[in-house]
Design a protein around this ligand. Sequence first.
Ligand SMILES: *Cc1c(COP(=O)(O)O)cnc(C)c1O
Length: 376
Amino acid sequence: MKIPFNKPWFTGKEPHHMQMAAIFGQISGNGAYTKKCHEFFVDRFGFGKSLLTTSCSDALEMTALLAHIEPGDEVIMPSFTFVSTANAFVIRGAIIKFADTTPEYPNISAQQIAELITTKTKAIVVVHYAGAACDMNAINALAIKHNIIVIEDAAHALGAFYYGRPCGTLADMATFSFHETKNIICGEGGMLALNKKEYFNRAEILWEKGTNRAAFHRGEVNKYGWVDIGSSFLPSELISAFLFAQLEQFDVIQMERTRVKRDYLKHFDSLNRSGHLTIPKLPDGATENGNMFFAVCRTGEERNQLIKYLNHEGIHAVFHYLPLHNSPYFTPHHDGRQLPNTIRFSENIIRFPFYSGLETDDIEWIAKTTAKFFNR
Ligand SMILES: *Cc1c(COP(=O)(O)O)cnc(C)c1O
C-alpha cells in the first residue's frame, strides 16, 4: 500500500524515557513514570483520579468490577462498538441490552436507552464515536432518574470536549486506549479515569491484584495483603515511560491530527455536497479531536466497491464495526430487536487512512481518487 491505514508516530524521546526507567531501577508498575502520567491526566483534564492500565479493555473490566456487576444485571450499550466494550460486562455475567445509534451520527441514542431501562439496569456504557461526545445531558438525566451508573468508553475521545467539559469527566468513570491506532500511543495501553471519590480506594486495590499495596507504599498502612478481588491491571514502567514521551508532545500530536482531519474535511467537501458520500456533522456540544476520518456511503455494496477500488490504488481504507448484537457470539443472546441505524452505519461506513504526518498532498490525492471512483 502506498498509503497505509495507520502509521504509529513517535516523538523520538520514547527510548530515552524507557532507558531512564531502567536506570531508576524500577521497571515494574506504579513507579515514577506511572505517577507522572497520572499527574498529567489529572492536571490536564480534571479527572478525579487516573490509573494507567495495560489496555482500554482492561480498564473496561475494572469499571465492571467497580460497578459491582453481577450475573443477571442489565447493561445498556451500543451495538456499534468494539467487542471489548461488551466483553468486560459479559465476563461478569451481565445481560447486555444493545441500543441503536441515532440516525444522524453513530453514537448511542438516548431515546433508545430510555426505552431499554428496567429495574435490573445497573449501568449504561456510552462510546464517543470518533471522539464526538454522546448526548450526555440526556443520558445523565436518565441515569440520575433511575439511579444507574454511567461509564464512558472514551477510547476515541482523548482531548475531546462536550459543551466545554473534557470527555472522560462526563460520567462516573471513563476508559481510554493508547493502542497504536489511537491519538496517544504506547503499543498496548489504556487508562481508567474516575470522577467519584467513592471509587478511588477500591479501584487502586483492584488494580494492584486485590491488595492494598498502593496505600502501603504511601505509608497509609503498615503492611499490605489480600483485601478484595483484583488482577494485574497496571502497566510496567517501561510502558509508562514510553507513554510519558508521547504526553510531553500531547499538544503537538493533537494539533497535527486535527490538521489531518481539517485537510480531509476540506478535500472531501465537494463529495459530501454532491451526496456521493455523507460526512456526518458533529453532534451538539461535541468537538473535533483528530481521532479518525470516516464517511457514510449510500449503500453497503457501493462502500465495498469503493474500499476495493481504493485498496487497488494503494490507499488502505477499511470498514468497521461489525454490529455486536448479530455477531456469531451474541446472536443467541440477543432479544431480537432490530437496530436499523447500527446496521446501516456498519454496512456503509468507510474509514480512510489517518495518522500524524499524513501529508496534505496525499489527502488531496485520496479525495481525487475517491471522486474518480464515483465518476467512472
Ligand atoms: C480501541 C478500542 C477499545 C479497546 O482498546 P484496547 O486498548 O485495544 O483494549 C475499546 N473500545 C473502543 C471504542 C475502541 O475503539
